[in-house]
Design a binder for this molecule. Structure first.
Ligand code: FES
Length: 105
């Protein structure tokens, strides 16, 4: 099962995630602090904002336009910002590293 590494407030959470699960769902279901997922993955709240480790950006893919628009309203958005509900885990993402913005703590 692929593993995702979350950095939340300087603490690392290493979560095994079934293929097909979103990064947001993995965080919420495993109690990773800082990801709320208020809209339940409908790309409507940005409470699942994460920074993708630059080494993984090519594997997580491009941001869809709706995600880009929503990230415009997220605090502290950066070029490697993604909405965790829009990243679905595949075997190619085994080892993915994301960091949760300090503003979400
Ligand atoms: Fe709302 Fe991701 S859970 S945008």
């Amino acid at each position: 099962m692929p593993t995702v590494h979350f950095d939340s407030g300087g603490r690392e959470y290493q979560i095994e995630v079934p293929v097909g699960t979103t990064v947001m769902r993995a965080a919420v279901d495993n109690g990773v602090p800082g990801i709320d997922g208020d809209c339940n993955g409908e790309c409507g709240c940005a409470t699942c904002h994460v920074y993708v480790d630059p080494a993984w950006l090519s594997k997580t893919g491009e941001r869809p336009s709706t995600e880009k628009q929503l990230l415009n309203f997220a605090s502290a958005a950066e070029s490697n910002s993604r909405l965790a509900c829009q990243i679905r885990i595949t075997h190619a993402l085994d080892g993915l590293r994301v960091r949760i913005p300090d503003s979400q703590h």
